[in-house]
Structures are given as C-alpha cells and as structure tokens.
Design a protein around this ligand. Structure first.
Ligand code: PEP
Ligand code: MN
Length: 266
C-alpha cells in the first residue's frame, strides 16, 4: 500500500531521552481538583511526559457523562503551570481544535470513532492548517488499516509533521479477554508501511481492565513501539468513565518500573 507521509522523528518534538514517551492521566477531566491532583502525582513519579484528559467524551450511547467541556481546558492549563507536564486532549470537531489551541493545549489526539469518519478527520485537518502542534491519530474502531492511514494522511496533508499513531485495539462483536482486540498484525503492517511514523500503544482501551495492562504494555515495548498512553486516576474506583481500566499514579509508576525495554526509542 502506498502512502505519502512527511513526518518529523518523535525525539525532535518531545525529548524523552532514551525512554519511551509516556502520556498518562484520567480518561475524563471530572473536577479541577481531580485533574490538578492527578497531575501532581503523575509528575512526581518523574516518568510521565504528557498529561492526558478527555474534555469532550465520545460516548457510544447517549445519557452518559459526555465530558466536562471547555472549562476543563483551564484545569489542564493550571495543571501544566503547576507541574510542567505537557498537556493532551481529544478533539473531534473544528471547534474543539480551536478551543484546545486557544487554551494552549500542547498535543491533540483524534479518537477512534473520529478516525473512522473521513469527513470528521478532514474537518479536524482543515482546522489544523497553519498550526504547529503534535497530533496523534488513534486507530479506527474497526480493523481497517486504510482508514487509519487515510486519517494520518489527511492530518499530515494539513501540514502537521509532528504526527504519531496510537494503537488502541479494534472493536469486535465477539467477547474476548480484551475490550478491544489488539490485532497486532495491523500495527505491524502500519509500522512496515510507514517506518518513520511513531506508533504508541494504548493498553487501557485495549484491555478494558487494569489486570491485563502489564501484559499488553510489555508486548508493545517488545514490538518497539515508541511510547504509551495510559489512563490514570487518583481514585479509579470512582472514575466517571472507564473506571475498570484506570490505574493510580502509584500503580502506573510500578508498572513502568517493571517494564523491560530493549533499547532506546528513536
Ligand atoms: C479515550 O482515550 O478516552 C477514548 C475515548 O479513546 P478511544 O477513542 O480509543 O475510544
Ligand atoms: Mn477512556
């Protein structure tokens, strides 16, 4: 499969030394206190580069918490000011892009449901024209490599060269141990087609529960993925979204300490 991606190496836009890029934070921003205190605990581990928090949440069915909205951007901003962590959030519309950039969010990601929709991705890409911000594109919910590459090409076509992919697994009607099947071969194909593209792993959304996360994380490192995005909450049991898969900052530090990393991310 041909592709046309013009990408800068990850280390030229986020210096992680010889370690993998670690993005961590709650699935959703819930309260200012929750975002800021989680950020402090994550920063204190000394192992996290970027604080993540969902501000606008793409819920599969209506009637559930759909994100705190724009006010949460200010909480991320405060967390950054107090901890020095870079910040990241999901954008799904042009308005999200504009608001996130106006609030000084450092890194954006396109969620799995958005990646599956070329109109949405193009809208996001158009809003990113002339902007120099790192963007990660999650794999689409369905196991379609072309759709994933197409979304990366649309964002790259807007001039975003600080571009990466997030492997978060693929939904399936079959119930397995995983919330989203990893289907590693799709990530391997992407790596083969676009070796210059940084790929990071999202064990939280693959696993759907805390217990499996160490196994998936280690496998991602064994495949030389360049980083991880992991959901972390001060008190996962009371999280408003994705409670089963979030880990405390202390558990995250422990997980990262126990990873065996073959060689430096490049
Ligand atoms: C998330 O990162 O919280 C999220 C909604 O992820 P995904 O798009 O992978 O479902
Ligand atoms: Mn989540």
């Amino acid at each position: 499969m041909k592709h046309s991606l013009d990408i800068l190496p990850l280390q030229s836009w986020i210096d992680t030394g010889d370690k993998p890029l670690i993005i961590a934070g709650p699935c959703s921003a819930e309260t200012e206190e929750q975002v800021v205190s989680t950020a402090h605990l994550l920063a204190n581990t000394g192992k996290v580069n970027v604080l993540r928090a969902g501000i606008w949440k793409p819920r599969t069915r209506p009637g559930e918490f759909e994100g705190i909205g724009s006010v949460g951007l200010q909480w991320l901003k405060r967390a950054k000011e107090e901890t020095g962590l870079l910040t990241a959030t999901e954008v799904a519309t042009a308005k999200h892009v504009e608001e996130a950039l106006a609030a000084g969010i450092d890194t954006l990601w396109v969620g799995a449901r958005s990646t599956a929709n070329p109109f949405t991705v193009q809208e996001i890409a158009d809003a990113l024209k002339g902007v120099n911000v790192p963007v990660f594109v999650k794999n689409p919910v369905n196991p379609d490599l072309s759709l994933w590459i197409g979304a990366l090409e649309r964002i790259n076509g807007a001039g975003i060269k600080k571009l990466g992919a997030i492997h978060r697994g693929f939904s399936s009607f079959e119930k397995t141990a995983f919330r989203n099947e990893p289907m590693w071969d799709i990530a391997i194909q992407l790596k083969t087609i676009a070796p210059e593209l940084p790929i990071i792993n999202d064990p939280s959304h693959i696993c759907g529960n805390r217990e499996l996360i160490p196994y998936i994380t280690q496998k991602a490192m064994d495949m030389d993925m360049q980083g991880l995005i992991i959901e972390s909450h001060i008190d996962p049991s009371v999280a408003w979204t994705d409670a089963k898969q979030q880990v405390t900052p202390a558990a995250l530090a422990d997980l990262l300490d126990n990873l065996s990393i073959r060689h430096a991310a490049s």
